[in-house]
Design a protein around this ligand. Structure first.
Ligand code: 5AD
Ligand code: SF4
Length: 440
């Protein structure tokens, strides 16, 4: 038998890209590839790219430049670009970087084996279509090899919301939900391979409406179906839109024990004027009401969010509305960005606000968010949490895992294995993690 060919994948951006990269590696496994950890030994290098914010594409071109020596050392090396930059730039990539052999958009990954064969035969391969079929159904099942205790599982893709700043509706396409039975099959398979926590992924995951045995299932229905999978201990989902937080999903946070008390619910801005300009279709007030209802269902829930500062026409008063909303919500975790104009989006043509002003706002917002995050971490000291241990810590005998609130927790853990869930008392709060002692 000939030696397997070696595949190196570099993943940028969101968790969905992490999931897609895993599935691409498995798919190319069928074409004789095994994954390797460094590009220098690879027969194929795939960059799985992100287009969400500025300079993402430029970063890819400079990364491709860094790949040149590998190509020079090994003329048979194949180089591919996948993900949202591939979707957005398509042929432009091949024009600008002739050493690229393959360009594949996120909805065409099931065509990779055929594309690989073409490339192997010395041709170029490009596919940025939005086909009708479920690409995952046409990608080989994950092999039975065991794996770590946590996994991502994409259940929904694309977005119909068209926020004025966002490329997702263009790069990932219209909203599509995978059918319930396929998700359950994949979840059971993951559990058989050692997975105990699954994070359901979708750009608009709470708009999920996949076909089930008795008509469409909502995300709440899907969570309850997964609740019955033996051996699956924890369920999470991300990312949600405030308008799609329906009553059943909110209630599930209080009633479903496997559903973890953590919710990522981006608001982007606290100013109604800016929310309107962003085409967000919710107000600060309606967002706060959703938060209130979630907290009523699950008082200890840890909230996380996304923010954009410096959106066109944002004034200091608008920014203060965002600060006020943050003070009211109290986030345990957050991601904040300076607005970056994305070609092809409705906001791209609008004049930017003063950039030094925008930088200053971002700093002030991040200071407030960090303060809240630190306070919430400190409030965990003395509390008992449940930790799913994932890997050994830096110090001999230590293990690191995640609490139900998604805090990283490390503890001396003699006899604890990857995948064990233990009760832990938190004794210290460090910058990005908590220290605990095992209670059992
Ligand atoms: N500029 C800045 N941030 C953006 N995001 C999406 N598009 C842009 C943009 N053009 C942020 C939003 C979104 C997160 C994934 O990225 O906050 O929720
Ligand atoms: Fe982008 Fe999210 Fe808005 Fe959809 S809901 S357009 S993914 S920011």
């Amino acid at each position: 038998m000939s030696d397997p060919k070696k595949l190196f994948i570099k993943t940028y951006g969101c968790q969905m890209n992490v999931y897609d990269s895993e599935r691409m590696a498995e798919t190319l496994g069928g074409s004789g590839y095994v994954e390797v950890k460094t590009p220098d030994e690879a027969d194929m290098i795939l960059l799985n790219t992100c287009h969400i914010r500025e300079k993402a594409a430029e970063k890819i071109y400079s990364e491709l430049g860094r790949m040149r020596p590998f190509k020079e050392a090994n003329p048979d090396l194949k180089i591919g670009v996948a993900g949202c930059v591939a979707q957005a730039e398509g042929e432009e990539i091949m024009r600008r970087q002739p050493m690229v052999d393959l360009v594949v958009g996120p909805q065409s990954y099931h065509k990779l084996p055929a594309m690989e064969a073409k490339v192997e035969a010395g041709e170029k391969a490009l596919d940025t279509d939005f086909p009708e079929e479920d690409k995952f159904e046409h990608m080989p099942k994950r092999p039975k090899a065991s794996r770590g205790p946590t996994a991502f599982l994409t259940v929904q893709e694309g977005c119909d919301k068209f926020c004025a700043f966002c490329v997702v509706p263009y790069t990932r396409g219209a909203e599509v939900s995978r059918p319930v039975d396929r998700i359950l099959t994949e979840a059971r398979d993951l559990v058989e391979r050692g997975v105990r926590e699954i994070t359901l992924l979708g750009q608009n995951v709470n708009a999920y409406h996949g076909a089930g045995p008795n008509g469409d299932h909502t995300l709440a229905d899907l969570i309850w179906a997964l609740d019955k999978v033996d051996g699956l201990e924890r369920i999470r989902f991300t990312t949600s839109h405030p308008n799609d937080m329906d009553d059943a999903l909110i209630a599930a946070h209080g009633e479903c024990e496997k559903l973890m008390p953590y919710l990522h619910l981006p608001v982007q801005s606290g100013s109604d004027k800016i929310l309107k300009r962003m085409n967000r279709s919710h107000t600060a007030e309606s967002y706060l009401r959703v938060i209130e209802r979630i907290r009523a269902a699950r008082p200890d829930i840890l909230l996380s969010g996304d923010f954009i500062v410096g959106f066109p026409e944002e004034t200091e008063a608008d920014f203060q509305d965002t600060m006020e909303l943050v003070r009211q919500v109290r986030y345990g975790q957050a991601y904040s960005f300076k607005y970056s104009s994305r070609p092809g989006t409705p906001a791209a043509a609008r004049p930017l606000v003063d950039q030094s002003e925008a930088d200053d706002r971002l700093q002030r917002l991040q200071a407030l968010l960090t303060e809240q995050q630190t306070e919430i971490q400190h409030s965990m000291i003395g509390r008992e949490v449940s930790v799913l241990f994932e890997k050994p810590g830096r110090i001999e005998g230590q293990m690191i895992g995640k609490s139900q609130y998604l805090h990283a927790v490390f503890a001396d853990a003699p006899g604890v294995e990857r995948g064990d869930i233990r009760r832990v008392k938190i004794v210290e709060s460090e910058k990005n993690s908590l220290k605990g002692v095992l209670l059992d």
